[in-house]
Design a protein around this ligand. Structure first.
Ligand code: FAD
Length: 402
């Protein structure tokens, strides 16, 4: 027998759950393929759930790569402050740690618990372990066939997430559903991923971070993107917010030029030359340490250049000095690859934004079909931007459906 309801939401992640609890006066069923809801939400912020950022919502607009324009109506409709207030009204207080907002308990479980309790209050049904096999539009209704049952609904929301961390259930199924319904899918690529470097000689620095460094992606001798943020050395390359946020644009064989001391090369050249004249006792190691970089990094680079750390600057040849300036101001690292979907925290690509209304999240191709959350071609920077996008787009769907 076909089971009928007003609305079916596919995916019980933060987007699907939040959409459901904001719809009024309709019968809602969530179909989830995993045995539990919100697996990725529970992992977010290393289990602490960095839910959003503080500050003005307009500060968010530049944190979604190329998808920023599309998101503006959703972010304005349901802002970071609306989200914080929603959580507070429903009994969950938040804290602000350096601009990042977390539940006061710093436990992602509390956010999931709140959403599930609200689903229960609003009589939203959730069917777990449902594997969808086919979605069709028949007589202006959606017909959904799973391995267990057949369903029919008037409105359908696809909130199946992206492709990252596939063990959480986000395996890109939504892309197949959308494609079968006529939508274009922008190629999925790992985002918020660490970067592996070719012939990397900095493994011993693993665990060390540099704050707020300038990073440029250079491809075919052209700088294609820049960013400034914290970077972390790993065993095989780099991680940290500055790198993760750029990773959506990074390809194999790109060069990452990292300004290790955040100095303009010309200003640095003048400074080092002047210091050589004014202070004929200062060693190169002591001098470089004034730029807030660890001694171990200085020693590695100087060893590469055959410069003794105890050499006086005045005694270092012009050629070696030029190399010091080049490497400390724009050390070129050749990219082997970025981390794959198993370790990327978000997905660039997904349902093309051109075929979805940014004001309602409804498909421009199929009436009563909606998309929300990471299944769309949207990926935010680290720091709570992805969850804010999940909640804002989910809210917009709910508002339009209600
Ligand atoms: C390790 C990690 C840490 C993160 N930390 C943060 C953070 O601190 N702050 C932040 O803003 N963002 C963070 N993110 C990103 C954030 O978690 C995601 O952007 C967000 O979960 C997306 O929500 P969603 O509901 O759209 O998709 P998902 O959370 O991926 O949920 C999709 C749901 O759909 C289900 N589903 C998929 N296919 C089907 C199908 N065929 N049938 C039925 N159900 C299906 C899945 O099982 C899943 O339950 C993190 C991500 C990771 C991986």
């Amino acid at each position: 027998m076909i089971k009928e309801c007003d609305i079916i939401i596919i995916g019980a992640g933060p987007t699907g759950l939040f959409t459901a609890v904001n719809i009024n006066g309709k019968s809602i069923l969530i179909l989830e393929k995993k045995p539990t809801a919100g697996k990725k939400l529970l992992m977010s912020g290393s289990g602490r759930c960095n839910i959003t950022q503080s500050g003005s919502i307009s500060d968010f607009f530049n944190h979604y790569g190329d998808g920023k324009r599309f998101l503006i109506p959703a972010l304005k409709e349901f802002t970071n402050n609306n989200l914080i207030e929603y959580l507070r009204i429903h009994g969950l207080r938040t804290i602000d740690i350096k601009g990042k907002i977390f539940p006061e308990s710093e436990d992602a479980y509390d956010v999931l618990d709140l959403l599930l309790k609200e689903c229960k209050k609003k009589k939203v049904s959730i069917n777990y372990n449902e594997n969808i096999q086919k979605i069709e539009v028949i007589d202006k209704c959606f017909s959904i066939l799973t391995d267990k049952d057949s369903y029919r609904c008037n409105q359908l929301v696809i909130s199946t997430g992206g492709k990252s961390y596939p063990t959480t259930g986000s395996t890109g199924d939504g892309y197949h559903f959308a494609k079968a319904l006529g939508h274009t899918i922008e190629k999925a690529k790992p985002a918020l991923a660490p970067v592996y470097i070719k012939n990397y000689t900095f493994s011993e620095l693993s665990g060390i971070s540099l704050e707020n460094r300038k990073i440029a992606i250079v491809r075919n001798n052209q700088t294609i993107r820049t960013n400034q943020g914290d970077i972390g050395f790993t065993h095989w390359g780099f991680s940290g917010p500055g790198i993760l946020d750029l990773s959506r644009y990074i390809e194999a064989n790109d060069t990452l030029k990292i300004n290790l001391i955040n100095q303009n090369p010309e200003t640095f050249r003048e400074h080092i030359n002047q210091t050589a004249i004014n202070d004929n006792k200062i060693t190169i190691k002591k001098y470089l340490k004034t730029f807030a970089i660890p001694e171990s990094l200085i020693k590695l680079i100087l060893a590469d250049l055959n410069v003794e750390p105890s050499s006086h600057i005045s005694g270092i040849s012009k050629v070696q000095r030029n190399e010091i300036i080049r490497l400390f101001c724009e050390y070129p690292f050749i990219v082997q690859r970025t981390g794959d979907f198993n370790i990327a925290m978000a997905t660039k690509g997904g349902v093309s934004l051109k075929e979805v209304s940014s004001k309602t999240m409804e498909s421009k191709l199929v009436k009563n079909l909606y998309f929300a959350g990471e299944v769309l071609d949207i990926d935010g920077d680290t720091g709570g931007y992805n969850l804010q996008a999940a909640f804002s787009t989910g809210y917009l769907v709910a508002k339009n459906i209600s």
